[in-house]
Design a protein around this ligand. Structure first.
Ligand code: ATP
Length: 952
């Protein structure tokens, strides 16, 4: 290196600025970065700086460690098989199915286990556990062909679950058909197959659910714009479901997942494991309790309207951060509904419902009553039982949950919900108007009378959803008849089959294991064949000519053209029918006829073919008792997500098993007291069981499951409730106050809100003030409009970055060759009509075997499930389960995704929430609300969800 003699102006003294700037490194020595030696001069413009990120030492030392070892010792031979297994399933002792299954009939999963679709040869490499539910486990799996993850649900090796899971496959396939472009917020199904005698269903990979989102927001409501956005998307899914005549039956925040791979943020409805066809309802015990509709609670025939009720509850919960009707028992649930809505179920419904006498007393003439009046309780022939009457009737004190809102009426609850801190004046009046719209919206959804409850399409035109100014109470446009469906869900000639037969579903679901490929930049599903359902022989329904006993199908008629496809699934035939004459019939139109009171199914399109709604609890509510040994062997298993799931009707076995239920919702998050699922009927059975103290996912004041083993009737809580409730011990004593559903009253309420959120209950379980006090503020939190992206947001974004990027298909070699067809609902939506289909023919399905198929016999047509009647004992019980959040995890290349931070924050502390980050969804809408409410910067740990108690 030559020394600088100062002659070029580089000397320390006497240099002019000009000469300094003219300095150039000499050839052969230094060269400005990006400079060109040939030119001799480097223009600043030509310099493009590059940041070189060093590879961490640990990565450098370990990345090629095998080759490094081999360099050191050429005889070194690495074998995967020698690695210790990282088990994901708990318990991991193989005691069933030749050691492949644990005592709960769950396939024992470990990291890097490869699930193989034996037909398509598609491989799914298990990487992590996403969650566990009633039906089995959901694993995060890697698909190397597409360089992407999928979620694979591995169903328990039990016939009842297998059957019901096939229903889920069938229903979801149908819905995906209805939504070929993946625009309607319903999870995509990619594949299904049997592996080691377990039915496996591959879904698109999604992220956190809405409950988790609310929890991350410390159970504070989300901003109205987010509530609006999510409402719109859920409604979109509900419109499709209604058009497909599908009732989800378990709509709740946990079953709505955020898709992290797309922008703007999208949510998707999952878990069609309890779904059924309208008019083919089978189970009377459905829906998670907080979201359970009055007609289901009362044992009345139900329709897609029950999902609208649940939807209303979800919308309210998104706004409030807490469930609208957190009933600790069905009695409590009904009581809350009636108080909040200021009404009661209409008399026509009470007259016919199976369970009316459990909750109501006849006090006058129940006929010739104008139902409008009766609904308001003014002239009803029924009066709700008092708590004492209920206790006398049931020989059990009904469980009564705590109050979380200091107001009773819906209008008050919404109007007086605390405002976001520092909300400018003009924003307050804007928000007031939106709240008015919200109340009006909710009123149309949580409407006692299912006939008057708005349909998804009607609701989707409400100003709250459309964003139009809300000027007056919304009058929904009448539903228009739809152009008929052209295919249906139907069933092969197997009258002794499981409940799907009664549900109008075919075990012969179509060829999903054709591995329909994702076809978008993110995973999207190619349209499925229209031929997913159909019938063989005279089994079509919506056909007045078909008798009750012989009809399992729908939308068909005697003139239907039958088209059958080759059998290709796991023992599943596919039958499709193209209904010639059915094109002239609109099931929807028929469905929309006013239901005759008390006999609503009489107007069903398949009048006469409706299976009675009598089978009790769906498999999703119960766990087969056999081999399950739930109570003690499975500390790692947890109770169901929803309170409803532990509420076991109709089966002593179910009740017994219910003792082992834990609330998954309470199983992760902030420390608290463990709560076992309450049970409406079996609450006493909780007594005497031990439960560990563990974590709770709700603030104490919002005990989603109030009835823990040892705290369900804690003196403080009980007294507290007694102090708070209005009207003494009557569920509804005396005439029910007139509904608030009056625009001017509502307007007054909304525009004269009390200053702040009322003081929380003074119980030992009072929440952290940060949870409730709108003025509680960490200034760094939840400032809407802040430019910083929240931890959640950045995770969403990060996740999007590291996640599925390929648009190649999964198992593209096995693309479903069948053509598509969709119904054309008469809607201003994006439906398209196509009636093309190609079809093959199935061989008839044989009845043989008595156990679930294995991967070898699955295509040979052993319909072993036919031996399990709908009420198979295997349904009486419920598998305790838990869910694990694995939204953020490492990717396959060892890059640490957001999971790193999640893990590192596994011990969730409220302090974590004192972050300076703003919470934004990907589309830059702040998802949090009310600045005073701290948001955890981390996702709650999956660990804290897991360990929360056991029964000794
Ligand atoms: N597509 C998906 N992407 C990511 N996670 C998923 C997906 N599907 C399911 N999960 C996770 O697995 C859990 C269980 O899934 P799912 O609700 O379908 O099972 P289930 O057995 O029907 O549950 P439940 O007991 O509520 O009926 C979900 O809560 C969710 O955490």
């Amino acid at each position: 290196m030559e020394e600088d003699d100062g002659s070029r102006g580089g000397g320390p003294a006497g240099r002019s600025l000009d000469s300094a700037s003219a300095w150039q490194p000499r050839e052969g020595a230094f060269l400005a970065y990006g400079g060109s030696r040939s030119s001799g001069k480097t223009s600043l413009k030509s310099i493009s700086l590059r940041v070189i990120v060093g590879i961490p030492m640990v990565a450098r030392l370990t990345r090629d460690i095998i080759s490094t070892y081999q360099l050191c010792n050429p005889n070194f031979n690495y074998s995967d098989a020698l690695n210790p297994k990282r088990f994901l399933t708990n318990p991991s002792a193989g005691v069933l199915n030749d050691g492949f299954d644990n005592a709960n009939s769950d396939l024992i999963l470990h990291a890097n286990l490869v699930l193989v679709n034996s037909e398509s040869k598609q491989r799914y490499v298990v990487k992590d556990m996403l969650g566990q539910g009633t039906f089995g486990q959901v694993a995060k799996c890697w698909v190397s062909e597409t360089n992407s993850f999928v979620a694979v649900k591995i169903i328990k090796n039990q016939p009842a679950y297998y059957q019901q899971a096939l229903v889920e496959v069938a229903i979801l396939s149908k819905l995906n058909e209805f939504d070929p472009d993946d625009k309607h917020h319903i999870v995509r199904i990619f594949d299904y197959f049997v592996f080691q005698r377990h039915l496996c269903i591959a879904f698109e990979m999604l992220g956190n659910n809405l409950f988790e989102l609310i929890k991350m927001n410390h159970f504070k409501g989300l901003s109205l714009s987010i509530v609006q956005m999510f409402s719109k998307q859920i409604l979109d899914a509900l419109v499709v479901m209604k058009d497909a005549d599908i009732i989800h039956c378990d709509l709740k925040p946990e079953n709505i997942l955020i898709s992290t791979t797309v922008k703007p943020t999208k949510i998707k409805v999952i878990d069609f494991g309890s779904a059924c066809l309208e008019g083919r309802t089978v189970y009377s015990y459905i829906q998670s309790r907080y979201y359970r509709s009055p007609e289901v609670l009362l044992g009345y025939q139900y329709t897609t309207a029950i999902d609208m009720w649940s939807f209303g509850c979800i919308v309210a919960e998104l706004f409030l951060g807490l469930p609208l009707f957190p009933g600790a028992s069905e009695y409590d649930l009904l009581k809350r509904m009636m108080e909040t809505l200021g009404a009661q179920p209409p008399d026509y419904l009470l007259r016919k419902a199976k369970n009316t006498s459990k909750f109501f007393k006849q006090v006058g003439s129940i006929y010739h009553m104008k139902d409008d009046e009766a609904c308001k309780g003014n002239m009803s022939g029924y009066r709700a039982l008092t708590e004492e009457e209920c206790e006398a009737r049931e020989s059990n004190k009904p469980l009564i949950g705590k109050r979380y809102f200091n107001y009773t009426k819906l209008e008050d609850i919404v109007a007086k919900y605390p405002y976001r801190k520092n909300l400018p004046e003009d924003e307050v009046s804007k928000e007031n108007l939106t709240r008015l719209a919200l109340v009006d919206f909710l009123r149309g959804l949580v409407q006692f009378d299912p006939e008057k409850r708005w349909s998804p399409w009607q609701a989707s035109h409400h100003p709250f959803v459309t964003g139009e100014p809300f000027l007056r109470p919304y009058e929904p446009p009448p539903e228009t008849p739809r152009i008929p469906v052209m295919h249906t869900v139907t069933v092969d000639h197997n009258p002794v089959g499981g409940h799907w037969l009664a549900a109008g579903l075919s075990p012969q679901v179509f060829d999903l294991n054709r591995c329909v490929p994702p076809n978008g930049p993110h995973i999207q599903m190619a349209p499925f064949s229209v031929g997913s359902y159909g019938s063989m022989g005279n089994h079509s329904s919506y056909n007045d000519n078909v008798g009750l006993g012989s009809s399992y199908g729908s939308y068909g008629d005697v003139n239907s053209t039958y088209a059958c496809y080759p059998q290709i699934g796991p023992g599943l035939n596919i039958h499709a029918q193209v209904g010639g004459s059915l094109l002239g019939a609109s099931p929807d139109a028929r469905r929309r006829h006013p239901l005759s009171h008390g006999n609503s199914f009489s107007v069903s399109p398949s009048a006469g073919n409706i299976a009675p709604m009598s089978l009790g609890v769906s498999p999703s509510q119960f766990t087969p008792p056999s081999q399950m040994q739930i109570s003690t062997v499975s500390p790692g298993k947890f109770g169901p997500t929803s309170p409803a799931r532990s509420s076991v009707h109709g089966s002593p076995l179910g009740k017994a098993v219910a003792n082992c239920q834990y609330n998954r919702r309470r199983s992760w998050g902030t420390p608290g007291t463990s709560h076992i699922q309450p049970h409406e009927n079996a609450s006493q059975q909780w007594q005497g069981h031990h439960i560990d103290s563990a974590t709770s996912s709700y603030p104490d004041a919002y005990s989603r499951e109030h009835a823990s083993l040892h705290t369900s009737h804690s003196a403080s809580n009980f007294t507290n409730w007694r102090q708070q409730r209005s009207g003494g011990t009557l569920l509804s004593s005396g005439p029910i106050p007139t509904s608030y559903h009056n625009f001017s009253t509502l307007y007054t309420v909304v525009h004269n809100p009390e200053p702040l959120w009322e003081k929380p209950e003074s119980s030992s379980s009072a929440p952290d003030p940060a949870d409730w006090d709108p003025n509680y503020s960490d200034d760094l939190l939840l400032e809407e409009g802040d430019s910083e992206v929240s931890s959640l947001s950045s995770r969403l974004v990060n996740n999007a970055r590291i996640n599925i990027t390929s648009d190649a298909g999964i198992g593209a070699s096995a693309v479903n060759p069948l053509s598509h067809g969709h119904i054309l609902p008469h809607r201003p939506s994006n439906f398209s009509l196509s009636n093309q289909r190609t079809c093959g023919r199935f061989p008839a399905y044989s009845l043989s075997g008595g156990s679930p198929p294995n991967s070898h016999d699955v295509h040979t047509g052993h319909s072993w499930w036919a031996h399990f009647p709908p009420n198979s004992p295997s349904r009486f019980g419920q598998q305790p389960a838990h869910r694990v959040d694995h939204m953020y995890s490492t990717n396959l290349h060892g890059e640490r995704g957001p999971q790193t931070s999640r893990q590192s924050h596994s011990h969730y502390s409220p302090k974590d929430s004192h972050s300076s980050h703003t919470s934004l969804l990907e589309n830059d809408i702040p998802w949090g609300r009310r600045a005073g409410h701290p948001i955890p910067t981390t996702l709650p740990s999956s660990h804290s969800r897991k360990v929360f108690g056991h029964i000794s």
